[in-house]
Design a protein around this ligand. Structure first.
Ligand SMILES: [Zn+2]
Length: 403
């Protein structure tokens, strides 16, 4: 894990490539009114923002997909910060069970549309912001038309089809998605922007989990303040992208562990095999059947971690309690193998999942690291959380020996 790897310094030219600044260019448009100067004075004090930055925010637009747990804090902070145009998509109605975490909505709004509730709260918070309401489910028929009207997308959804659809729409529109996901006591956030050189959501997880393999929203639960933290980070990354300041965390997921009180950073590489942004993409449009299939509620998938063969050697030399799996073919295993590795060819892995331990660290390797990455992803999708890919595989292992 290299915390700074994959960071890309944001510059306006970076964003020009993404079309983010097509409408505003690099010049200051107009001036702020007296009311705006007062309201945004704490922004104006920041040299990296200043009046030019505030004007950028004023001329910028963000689409928040879902105004639930994550969309609430994200939309509140984006509105407060003065993002000129804020689009909201949601077709749900406020339920009493939402109020424990969906802070846009108050008790008086139970039974009424979330969008109406959100709009009222955001307009009260900042009447200078234009709030646009899309009172429909974000679906393959409307996704490109809605998302196409905004500079960037904030993913506040809570289910896989919407996440895939958000990701795919952004990919085809060459826009960035600020991603967030929460599950019980853990949250994840990052920025997906293949047009800027980073991975997409499908590089993290590329298949819908089989029904019944992930918990439903009702089963999973989430501690109330968790979405506040993740949604606020999403708002922060969106503001940075719009302002053109700081770094874009491309290829890096930030994982927050509420119980352990810590953040960790996980490297997420673009997957050359990705069906959307890979070298030989199979997905050609957002109307892909997969994004419309009924599936259970979202969970935050555990990102695949990877270690080098040098790190693996150190682990194996110590008090190793994990399980090392070789996913190559028997013939390859017979020629050369890492001592102690259990042979489970990739094709047969799905059949033996039930016999593998979920409470132990699992390390998977192959010849060069590609098949094992697939195996690791499969394990993660099937509920294994402690999965690590051995980067470079046996080739790298043998090369180490030559040194
Ligand atoms: Zn991808």
């Amino acid at each position: 894990m290299r915390p700074h790897q994959g960071l890309v310094k944001i510059s306006i030219s970076t964003l020009d490539n993404g079309g983010l600044w097509a409408h505003a260019g690099r010049v200051m448009i107009g001036t702020l009114t007296a009311a705006e100067l007062l309201r945004y004075s704490r922004h104006l004090l920041l040299p990296a923002v200043g009046e030019a930055g505030q004007l950028r925010l004023k001329h910028a637009s963000v689409l928040v997909i879902g105004v639930g747990a994550l969309g609430s804090p994200a939309a509140l902070y984006l509105a407060a910060a003065g993002v000129g145009r804020l689009g909201l998509v949601d077709a749900d109605v406020v339920d009493a069970s939402n109020l424990q975490r969906q802070i846009l909505h108050g008790d008086a709004w139970v039974g009424k549309p979330k969008l109406e509730s959100a709009a009222a709260r955001l307009r009260e918070l900042n009447p200078l912001v234009r709030v646009e309401l899309h009172r429909e489910r974000f679906n393959p028929d409307n996704a490109l038309a809605i998302a196409g009207g905004y500079d960037l997308l904030v993913d506040g959804s809570d289910n896989f089809p919407t996440r895939f659809l958000t990701n795919d729409s952004a990919f085809f529109l060459r826009k960035a998605v600020v991603y967030g996901a929460i599950h019980r006591f853990e949250g994840q956030t990052g920025v997906f922007a293949p047009h800027l050189g980073g991975p997409c959501y499908r590089c993290l997880i590329d298949q819908l989990p089989a029904p019944g393999t992930v918990p439903s929203c009702q089963e999973a639960g989430v501690l109330g303040a968790l979405p506040g933290i993740i949604g606020s980070i999403q708002a922060m990354e969106a503001l940075k992208l719009l302002l053109g300041i700081g770094t874009v965390p491309l290829g890096r997921l930030t994982v927050y562990d509420a119980l352990g009180s810590g953040f960790r950073s996980i490297q997420l590489n673009r997957d050359a095999q990705c069906r959307l942004c890979g070298d030989h993409p199979g997905i050609r449009g957002v109307a892909n059947a997969e994004t419309t299939a009924p599936v259970p509620c979202d969970f935050s998938p555990h990102p695949m971690q990877s270690i080098t063969t040098t790190e693996l050697r150190t682990l194996l030399a110590g008090d190793f309690h994990g399980l090392l799996i070789d996913v190559r073919e028997p013939a390859e295993h017979a020629i050369a193998r890492i001592e102690g590795a259990r042979l489970i060819p990739l094709q047969t892995l799905p059949e033996v999942l039930g016999s593998l331990p979920k409470d132990r660290e699992i390390y998977v390797h192959c010849k060069a690291g590609m098949r094992s990455a697939k195996a690791a992803r499969l394990l993660l999708e099937r509920g294994f959380t402690r999965v690590t890919n051995v980067a470079g595989g046996l080739d790298a292992w043998l090369k180490d020996l030559e040194r």
